[in-house]
Design a protein around this ligand. Sequence first.
Ligand SMILES: [Zn+2]
Length: 132
Amino acid sequence: MFFKKKKIERQVMLQHDVLDSILSFCQMKHPNEGILILKGKSKQGTIQVTGLVIPPFSYTGPTFAGFPHSFLPFDMSYVGIVHSHPSGSANPSVTDLHNFFGLVSLIVKFPYHDDDVFAWDSNGNQVKLSIV
Ligand SMILES: [Zn+2]
């Protein structure tokens, strides 16, 4: 074999002001789950999150959060979603993986502090997350 497959390590860069908005949104929604769309760009495995969009017609409860994907306009700047887990678990549920949207899924667990945010890919593998 001549060509080695280059392993692209995925990582997420989250702007600090975006993180602050996510955390206050989750606190506001507690004890229900909150859900937001992540806006940004992706280049060579690095996903930069630079903004948030409140999804249309979102529905949330204590153990679920979602929105009908069919209502979303096609927008290349939507890189994923973030939602909260009031239960305090950082792991994506089976439902979360079935409803995966975009490139990355961020989960914020209770009590929604700076270090309660975790990034996952569509297979449920953890992705490196940096606050910038
Ligand atoms: Zn979830």
